[in-house]
Design a binder for this molecule. Structure first.
Ligand code: UD1
Length: 361
């Protein structure tokens, strides 16, 4: 019997771990899993709502860490996670993505001599100003099994000297959740609640420190969204970090930009899958729009997910407000094409390949 500790902390982790936990439960004769939530995200809308929508069983252990500076948060997670590993003595710790919880728990596990598997290994933006890029590089260096979503990730790892026999390309596990949840979004009433018509609105998400922690940058991005909202309704489920900064900087978006609370997974997916256009600085939304065939403008200077540009609907438009407005116009002038083939192995079966890899390593 293989004993595995699965770690989650922040919103994107929940979407990635859900199908992995479900697959491990299906194979409970061979694998025992313990779910640890670091508590990095703690609001109902950022955490519990996702557990409910994704049907993730309640975490076995919640470290209750909460917010703090990167160092504070990572260090608190490390201190709280170490006794869990000493007590549970798992064969593997599975971490996903690139958040502070990912790196902190990978670090502790490797110091305790426990093997680490990193889901979504190998992604690189080559931009070290992003906290996530640090977490990616360090977690990959610490990992014994690197589970990658795409060929570019394998190449990045090879360049960093990671031995080939530690790398297994499993595909994109976030898409397992997407494909599983999509039929259930039909029961969501989010469009009616917001009085929106399918394919007649843009959805926006924005929470990267580089976009929302600087008053001038944030004000300019909001202005660009206000201009776009003259063409079609713009709805923005707001991350708590962005909401706090808007109020701190005294920025009040015009009423044409519909600022709403963060949504649960099913409501968000319902809104995203019927949008005419997405504008985002998130990583996962670049991937989801690629599979859904929704045009996506990424308001960043780079992406760690280049297949969403080469195989998907993503355009990297940077942070210049005029460029964002121009690219939105271009995207809205085109008729949306239903004809698209998702990248290889983004097929809803990544979680099965992940569990196979763990059982055979
Ligand atoms: C984290 C991840 C980011 C991911 C994002 C998804 C890191 C370095 N960043 O960023 O990669 O894309 O999650 O959402 O790990 N807050 C609340 N309630 C919550 C959580 C956060 O109010 O439940 C507020 C707090 O004021 C906190 C701030 O948001 O200080 C930032 O939270 P934090 O966990 O530090 O990072 P995120 O910006 O959420």
């Amino acid at each position: 019997m293989l004993k595995v500790v699965n770690v989650v902390g922040a919103r994107p982790n929940f979407v990635k771990i859900a199908p992995i936990v479900a697959e491990m439960k299906r194979r409970r004769d061979h694998i025992q899993q313990i779910l640890v939530h670091t508590g990095q995200h703690y609001d109902d809308a950022m955490s519990e709502a996702f557990f409910r929508d994704l049907e993730i069983p309640e975490a076995d252990i919640n470290l209750g860490i909460g917010s703090g500076s990167h160092t504070q948060q990572s260090a608190s997670i490390m201190l709280a996670f170490e006794p869990v590993l000493e007590r549970e003595k798992p064969d593997w710790v599975v971490v996903t993505g690139d958040v502070n919880s990912t790196f902190a728990c990978a670090f502790v596990a490797s110091r305790c001599g426990i093997r680490v598997a990193h889901v979504e290994a190998g992604l690189r933006s080559f931009d070290r100003t992003m906290p996530e890029e640090f977490n990616r590089i360090l977690t990959d260096q610490l990992s014994d099994l690197l589970l990658t979503p795409s060929a570019d990730a394998d190449d990045n790892l090879a360049r960093e000297g990671i031995p080939k026999d530690r790398i297994v390309r499993v595909g994109n596990v976030m898409i397992d959740s997407l494909l599983r949840a999509l039929p259930r979004t039909k029961s969501s009433s989010v469009l009616e609640r917001l009085n929106l018509e399918p394919r007649e609105y843009a959805i926006v998400t924005m929470h990267r420190p580089s976009n929302v922690d600087d008053a001038v940058v944030l004000a300019e991005l909001i202005k660009a969204l206000e201009t776009i909202s003259e063409q079609l309704p713009v709805v923005i489920p707001l991350h708590p970090r962005t909401r706090a900064n808007l109020s701190r900087f005294g920025i009040n978006p015009s009423s044409k930009v519909r600022v709403i609370e963060p949504l649960g997974y099913l409501d968000f997916l319902a809104l995203l899958s019927q949008a005419r256009l997405a504008l985002t600085d998130s990583g996962g939304i670049q991937e989801e729009t690629t599979v859904l065939g929704i045009p996506c403008l990424t308001m960043r200077e780079n992406t760690e997910r280049p297949v969403t540009v080469t195989h998907g609907t993503n355009v990297i438009v940077g942070r210049d407000p005029q460029r964002i407005i121009d690219e939105a116009r271009v995207a809205l002038a085109k008729s949306p094409s239903a004809d698209h083939t998702p990248p290889e192995l983004w097929d809803g079966r990544a979680s099965k390949r992940i569990v196979d890899a763990l059982l055979s390593s």
